[in-house]
Design a protein around this ligand. Structure first.
Ligand SMILES: Cc1cc2nc3c(=O)[nH]c(=O)nc-3n(C[C@H](O)[C@H](O)[C@H](O)COP(=O)(O)OP(=O)(O)OC[C@H]3O[C@@H](n4cnc5c(N)ncnc54)[C@H](O)[C@@H]3O)c2cc1C
Length: 495
């Protein structure tokens, strides 16, 4: 039995704690905020309740594995609902497309909305994405990053390399398979699931679309923050101790290996194993001593592009919106202008952004039956007062919130006169609340063919120190973060 300290109670940290405690280790989780969940946060006021981070669960089988490994049945712990329709899209020219929740219904819906042949093109693309998924799931997503060995596992057969086409971008893949510009926009959007630009992200991100459609879009009744609570319960049930309000100042290194952590205020928590769930850039820059052996990781991190951030509005609304889907996406005329604004040389708030609305029809999230609680999100450049956007600049957040509400109104969802109140979450708030530098949603982006290999691995160069969470391998988003915990639990179990 090892003494394990987990730094950070985001989903990755909680999942690692639950698995390691279930494996018999003595686990303590240290979280600097007053509550758990990190980006998987919740905000409640006047009976309106909001998820402040994730609003979509994909790949539920990965969560199912977590519950099974910790001695519970997911169905007993979480009320997961498969969404149908999955998402309602409105394009810049007014075209509407409602994507059904079952994969077999999708081609027909595409033909109806975008013209005959669209469904067949999308189906051909999804067949390619399915092949990519089969090649990459086990050797990459479910295995530790292992340099040359990872590459060898991925490139076992020349045909696998041709299928994954690491030299091709997501945009290029879309152009080969899809004729209708709206179909291409649909595919491009999946780059943003890892905070990336489809013009630079690899073609293999088509697997994100495949995984979502094949395994479904899901919602957790009561709000997705429930997920953090029930995973924390799994950790508790196996004896893990969760301490909130405990900021870790440094990882202690003794005799060349991790020996525990020191908290702000000076308390030392000794450990045989330290699992970091905090942003990897912050871990290597602020919590570890500068050492030669960590130089390679720091250099790789400098070569990556941080993921995009988000500007969120929590809208407490009077009345209900007839026919509104759980998820609605309103695209602009010029999608590329959005990626230029976020990732270009002169980052700025997107003038005419894609607007995402999550409006769960869930009585637990509203004060009464004549109200709605909307989570509205637009892609945004990171908080970077030095050389980019300073989201704390006086008046900016309010002005931009007004602009987003105007865009919503122009695209057919005018809620300005139904507003009880609004709560604004800028990238600067995200940075303050979760410790993610600049408020990056997903750690480093997938921009560039090598991005996935530059992301910090789960095994650090300091023996006894492991990384989980969205800024480490295999990347951000709830399913991958949960996989990072599975990988680390396996590695610690073996050590
Ligand atoms: C607006 C938004 C929308 C999103 N939408 C989706 C979605 O729909 N679907 C999806 O799958 N994913 C989505 N994501 C991504 C998903 O939320 C994240 O990938 C995931 O929750 C990150 O988990 P994590 O384990 O990396 O920890 P984080 O959530 O990053 O938590 C890290 C924790 O570490 C703590 N911490 C930091 N520094 C210290 C320290 N020094 N000492 C102690 N504790 C510390 C922080 O307070 C925090 O609680 C979204 C994220 C955001 C922000």
């Amino acid at each position: 039995m090892a003494r394990v300290v987990v730094v950070g109670a985001g989903l990755g940290g909680l999942a690692a704690a639950a698995r390691l405690a279930a494996a018999g280790h003595a686990v303590t989780v240290l979280e600097r905020s007053p509550g758990i969940g990190g980006k998987l946060g919740r905000y409640a006021r006047d009976g309106h309740v909001f998820d402040t981070g994730p609003s979509l669960v994909t790949l539920p089988q990965i969560l199912d594995d977590l519950f099974t490994a910790t001695g519970a049945r997911m169905a007993d712990e979480l009320d997961l609902v498969r969404l149908d329709p999955a998402v309602a899209y409105r394009f810049g020219d007014g075209t509407r497309l409602t994507v059904p929740g079952r994969p077999e219904d999708i081609p027909g819906a595409l033909d109806t909305a975008l013209g005959s042949g669209s469904g067949a093109q999308w189906t051909a693309l999804m067949a390619r994405a399915a092949a990519m998924w089969r090649i990459s799931e086990q050797p990459f997503l479910r295995s530790p990053l292992d340099g040359a060995r990872t590459l060898a596992r991925l490139a076992r057969r020349p045909t696998d390399v041709a299928t994954v086409a690491p030299w091709q971008t997501l945009r290029q893949l879309g152009s080969r398979y899809l004729a209708h510009p709206h179909l291409r926009t649909l595919l491009d959007r999946y780059a943003t699931y890892s905070g990336s630009d489809p013009r630079r992200a690899p073609a293999v991100l088509a697997t994100v679309a495949y995984a979502e459609q094949r395994f479904g879009s899901w919602y957790v009744r009561g709000g997705l923050h429930r997920l953090a609570e029930v995973v924390a319960d799994r950790a508790h049930a196996h004896g893990a101790v969760l301490r909130t309000g405990c900021a870790v100042r440094s990882v202690l290194v003794e005799g060349g290996r991790a020996a525990g952590v020191a908290l702000d205020g000076g308390e030392v928590v000794p450990a045989d194993v330290v699992v970091s769930d905090i942003d990897a850039t912050a871990l290597y820059a602020d919590l570890l001593p500068v050492e030669r052996r960590t130089m390679g990781v720091r250099r790789d991190l400098r070569r990556t592009t941080p993921s995009l951030s988000g500007f969120a509005l929590l809208l407490a609304l009077r009345g209900r919106t007839p026919g509104l889907a759980h998820h609605t996406v309103l695209f602009p005329e010029d999608y590329d202008a959005e990626f230029d604004a976020v990732f270009g040389a002169a980052p700025h708030p997107v003038t005419d952004p894609t607007v995402y609305v999550s409006a769960p029809d869930d009585p637990a999230l509203r004060p009464d039956e004549d109200s709605e609680s909307w989570f509205v999100l637009v892609n945004a450049p990171r908080h970077d007062p030095g050389s980019g956007i300073d989201w704390d600049e006086a008046g900016l957040a309010d002005r931009y919130a007004d602009a987003v509400l105007d865009v919503l109104a122009r695209r057919g969802l005018d809620v300005r006169n139904r507003l009880r109140w609004r709560e604004i979450r800028t990238p600067a708030d995200l940075e303050r609340d979760t410790g993610s530098p600049g408020g990056s949603i997903y750690g480093t982006s997938s921009n560039g063919a090598r991005a996935a290999f530059l992301r910090p691995g789960n095994v650090s160069p300091v023996p006894g120190l492991f990384l989980v969470g969205g800024s480490a391998h295999p990347g951000g988003g709830l399913p991958l973060v949960t996989l990072s915990a599975e990988i680390v639990a396996r590695l610690v179990g073996r050590s």
